[in-house]
Design a protein. Structure first.
Lengths: 193, 291
């Protein structure tokens, strides 16, 4: 049976704040007050059909300062950063950058990712860049499978790819790795709290 | 033209055949590629997803090395790397505070040049190059009906990339036509394949790549042509699973643009890494007398 609650979400505003909007103006160089509410961002979005909160709603929630909802939304972990929203926006609001900003903020505050494997994959990949300077794709896939407890994921396909010469067994390394590690030392993936 | 070459991790790994064919074709056309010395990974989706300063710094080091090599341009054939490098260069130009911070991190002045170009841009923006390619075709790709697939990042975001149309691009179609092929009109030429979610959330890739494959199939394409390793790898390696979800089987070869350029310029499929695809392009090429 159709339930109106499946179609309409009533946002209960507990606290309203200008702070998030101002932060975004400063860090993302984009003024969401210019939003015309036309919805072209959501219309173009590659993944609107799976987003819990669609781009136009995200902008509205930023306007009213609903930070708590935004930092735990699934859209942060399913956005493909395809840049359709920003290119279709008549006001050039940089939504992909806003998504990155919100995700980084959520991550630093230890807010659990709704898709833990996506976060895990990012972390493992950055770990490899810190270690080797480049990404050893074969090693990363194996490590990801073990850490995400999906031991046989893509195993058959992986073997085919290996025999096609697509997977290097030995990781390539950056010689001046100190320069790369310095980026991680200065900007550690440190979290607050 | 002195062009710094940024292969990125994929062109040395998952998409070796793209790297191989880029080098073969550029050499043939007199484009002198010099690999950026000791380059590091651009950070890809992982870095921009979790730390903004890190993603800019990783690209800034590569650009600074290219600048110190006194190169005119940087060629990043991977659309993902291109987007990271180009985006970083745009931010470093426009955000002085960030540029100063990044300069301190990479211990070198923040690079504002050389200009970063993707493969399509490099070809289209060099005066006379497309004509030169056309005049050197020895094996026209006659009879091939191709879907030129640009994906997201070769043309977007438009403010930063400033090349071709962001959603209805034509440059790859023009190159393929210069090689003697036909291209189909289709809806998904600049839609996303799911990019970096291939391993971490495969369902997203099966869904989005499945839409792209279905669209190319309906338009009657013999093959999809790509200029990005993520598009190439997703559409090739995830095709069987994506098609199975729709109860179909496409057997649609996914071929890198430079591989087809190589064929038309007289190289053999083997020299262009054509044996490395999971869905073999050989039956199609043989049926058109191209292999």
């Amino acid at each position: 049976m159709l339930n109106t609650a499946d179609f309409y979400h009533v946002w209960r505003i507990d606290q309203s704040s200008e702070q998030l909007k101002e932060e975004i103006k400063e860090h993302c160089h984009t003024d969401i007050e210019r939003c015309l509410e036309c919805g072209k961002c959501s219309g173009g979005c590659s993944n609107a059909h799976i987003f819990d909160i669609t781009p136009r709603k995200i902008i509205q929630l930023i306007k009213i300062g609903e930070e708590a909802k935004l930092l735990k939304m699934d859209a942060l972990w399913s956005c493909v950063a395809c840049q359709l929203c920003v290119d279709r926006c008549p006001s050039s609001i940089n939504i992909p950058r806003i998504m990155d900003y919100l995700r980084e903020k959520a991550y630093k505050q230890h807010i659990p990712a709704t898709r833990p494997n996506v976060q895990l994959f990012h972390e493992l990949m950055l770990g490899h860049i810190n270690r080797f300077g480049r990404v050893p794709e074969a090693l990363l896939s194996v490590e990801f499978n073990i850490r995400s407890k999906q031991y046989t994921k893509d195993a058959q396909m992986g073997m085919k790819m290996f025999f096609k010469g697509k997977l290097n067994p030995i990781p390539a390394r950056v010689k001046d790795i100190k320069k790369v590690r310095r980026m991680f030392r200065n900007l550690p993936m440190q979290r607050e709290g | 033209m002195k062009v710094a070459y940024y292969p990125g991790c994929s062109l040395h790994g998952l998409a070796k055949e793209y790297g191989i064919s880029v080098e073969v074709v550029c050499k043939h056309l007199g484009i002198n590629l010099k690999e950026i010395e000791d380059w590091n990974c651009c950070g890809a989706t992982a870095a921009h997803s979790l730390n903004h300063e890190l993603t800019i710094s990783l690209s800034a080091r590569n650009l600074a090395i290219a600048r110190d090599m006194k190169m005119d341009k940087v060629l990043a054939p991977c659309a993902g790397c291109f987007s990271r490098l180009k985006g970083a260069s745009y931010e470093l130009r426009n955000n002085k505070t960030l540029a100063a911070e990044v300069a301190e991190i990479i211990q070198s002045a923040a690079p504002v040049e050389p200009e970063v170009k993707n493969l399509l841009q490099l070809i289209m923006e060099e005066p006379g190059l497309l004509d030169k390619i056309q005049s050197r075709v020895v094996k026209p790709l006659r009879g091939l009906k191709l879907a030129a697939y640009y994906g997201c990042l070769l043309t977007r975001p438009k403010e930063i990339v400033q090349f071709d149309d962001p959603e209805l691009p034509v440059s790859m179609d023009m190159i393929l036509k210069a090689l003697g092929a036909d291209t189909v009109t289709w809806a998904h030429k600049a839609e996303c394949c799911g990019g970096g979610y291939a391993a971490s959330d495969t369902d997203i890739v099966l869904d989005l790549s499945g839409q792209v494959l279905e669209s190319a199939h309906r338009a009657g394409a013999d093959a999809i042509v790509v200029a990005c390793p993520m598009c190439g790898v997703n559409l090739d390696t995830r095709q069987e699973a994506a098609a199975a979800l729709k109860g179909k089987k496409y057997d649609m070869p996914i071929i890198y643009l430079t591989q087809l350029m190589g064929i038309a310029l007289g190289y053999s499929p083997g020299q262009l890494g054509m044996k490395r695809h999971l869905i073999s392009p050989f039956p199609l090429l043989q049926s058109k007398g191209l292999a």
